[in-house]
Design a binder for this molecule. Structure first.
Ligand SMILES: [Zn+2]
Length: 226
């Protein structure tokens, strides 16, 4: 499973510790979106749980505040917590793609400040997100080495996916069609060109004698009237 980090600027502020902190906390940076930076789905899936109307920060308890939970393939689920009030853009039942914006970072629920609490589940069990989540091309990682311990980078290879293959096939089909149409256009233009060689037509309605003067370089073409 190549989950993608849900933020385009990646700085881990708290690591996963089984039973103590069952997710990964990700921080923000003024140069890359600030404290309400966009949060994205880490993989294709269906939204199965949402809260968007929580309007406070708690000092006790374990509230997620506003959150989104997404069900993926192979028993995987991801959860994005402490989202800012009224910024969640998805609803239960929505189908999202990897990279679909789902809300904005906030500090709702139990939070010491703005951050994203990110959890990964396999068959309902919380696992260390770092083991399944990758830094994709175009994402920026913190320059603080402590905030990037254990980050996995997506290998620089083309991972084929079904949608990509289908798109490529569709593009090829359209290109083939376009190539045929280009040929047809060329052939029609050639045919048109034959017509443009006919300089004029003249219908004789009364028998008479006509004199035609031709000058150097001029051409007289006569077409049968059909
Ligand atoms: Zn956390």
């Amino acid at each position: 499973m190549n989950l993608k980090y849900p933020l385009n600027y990646i700085a881990i502020t708290e690591y996963y510790r089984s039973g103590v902190h069952n997710g990964l906390d990700l921080g923000w940076n003024y140069s890359y979106g600030g404290p309400n930076v966009d949060v994205y789905a880490s993989y294709d899936g269906e939204v199965v749980d949402v809260r968007k109307d929580y309007n406070q920060t708690d000092t006790t308890g374990s509230s997620y505040g506003n959150y989104v939970r997404i069900r993926h393939i192979n028993g995987f689920e991801t959860l994005y917590a402490h989202l800012a009030y009224n910024t969640v853009t998805v609803n239960v039942g929505d189908i999202v793609k990897q990279g679909t914006k789902i809300g904005n970072m906030g500090a709702t629920g139990r939070a010491d400040g703005n951050h994203l609490h990110y959890e990964v589940f396999i068959n309902g069990v919380k696992v260390n997100p770092i083991d399944y989540t990758y830094v994709y091309k175009g994402q920026i990682t913190s320059s603080n080495p402590e905030a990037t311990v254990g980050l996995l980078y997506l290998p620089d290879i083309d991972v084929p996916c079904k949608e990509e293959e289908e798109l490529k096939k569709k593009i090829q089909e359209l290109e083939d069609k376009l190539s045929l149409q280009t040929k047809e256009i060329e052939s029609l233009k050639e045919e048109l060109n034959n017509y443009s060689n006919i300089i004029f037509t003249y219908n004789v309605e009364k028998t008479s004698l006509y004199q035609i003067e031709l000058y150097e370089g001029e051409e007289l073409l006569i077409r049968n009237k059909s």
